[in-house]
Design a protein around this ligand. Structure first.
Ligand code: MG
Length: 270
């Protein structure tokens, strides 16, 4: 992806209120999937739960139909396990004890998008893996806290990256956050490392998805033969957290919350 200054849309208060509804639904879906996650369930089962819940709530699963190199994406969520970072395709794979499971979900409600991801651990995992998951979430929180009027996209990137640098984690470079609104992916690109420069200045009404992807190894990734799954090149475990936020004069507001988790630094995943 290329950092571009084009087509950044600013949302009004009433449009942000509509985006809160989409965000709330996405948060509800991720809560539900967190409850359903246990050894033996398949990633396809999780996808069916998500799609049914989104449609029953009057939403549209926004990932379905996203174009890819081998045709459009066909699922409501992405489920990425262990060394898979993002865009894992749901199917027959069964969740097992010890898995690190990143789930990304998106929904459209009345034309407005919400997009969020959480990483869950199943049962016992090594301490360094647990720390990676928690610190990737802290990287997201740091990026959100830096998303203030007058700061820049580069300030968000630097805040996210600083958390990774404390631990020597790999930070994905080709993938990052994005503007969001009536499209899932709008300008600007929001990198998770500062090498990308200062970038655009943040203004009231900008809505962004902030989504660090950290690894226990290097930053390099490869896309698997399915055309979607992004996995670490060195096989190291990865984590991914994402919130959709609105930049308001009084500070950043997280939109992908549902009242059970309104704080910047809430409970870590299961
Ligand atoms: Mg996203």
């Amino acid at each position: 992806m290329i950092v571009s200054e084009r087509r950044v849309t600013l949302k009004s208060r009433s449009q942000i209120e509509q985006m809160r509804r989409a965000g709330r639904l996405v948060a509800d879906v991720l809560d539900r999937l967190g409850e359903a996650l246990r050894p033996g369930i398949t990633t396809g089962d999780l996808d069916r739960i998500a799609e049914e819940m989104i449609r029953r709530s009057g939403g549209i699963p926004s990932f379905i139909g996203v174009p890819g190199p081998r045709g459009p994406y066909r699922h409501a969520i992405c489920v990425s396990i262990d060394d898979e970072v993002v865009h894992g395709i749901p199917g027959r794979r069964r969740i097992e004890e010890g898995h690190v499971v990143s789930i990304d979900a998106g929904a459209i409600v009345d034309g407005w998008h919400g997009d969020a991801a959480r990483t869950f651990t199943i049962g016992r995992v090594p301490a360094d893996v647990r720390l990676l998951v928690d610190e990737t979430r802290r990287g997201m929180d740091a990026g959100i806290a830096a998303a203030r009027v007058g700061s820049t996209i580069g300030d968000i990137a630097a805040a996210v990256e600083a958390v990774a640098l404390e631990h020597g984690y790999g930070v994905l470079r080709e993938y990052g956050g994005h503007g969001i609104g009536t499209e899932m992916h709008e300008e600007p690109f929001v990198p998770n490392y500062r090498g990308a420069g200062r970038g655009r200045r943040l203004e009231p009404g900008m809505c962004l998805a902030i989504e660090p992807m950290f690894t226990l190894g290097g930053h390099e990734v490869q896309v698997r033969d399915d055309g979607w799954t992004v996995a670490t090149a060195d096989g190291s475990v990865a984590a991914h957290w994402e919130h959709t936020i609105a930049i308001l004069p009084e500070g950043p507001e997280i939109l992908t919350v549902n009242g059970r988790d309104r704080s910047l630094l809430g409970e870590a995943g299961v």
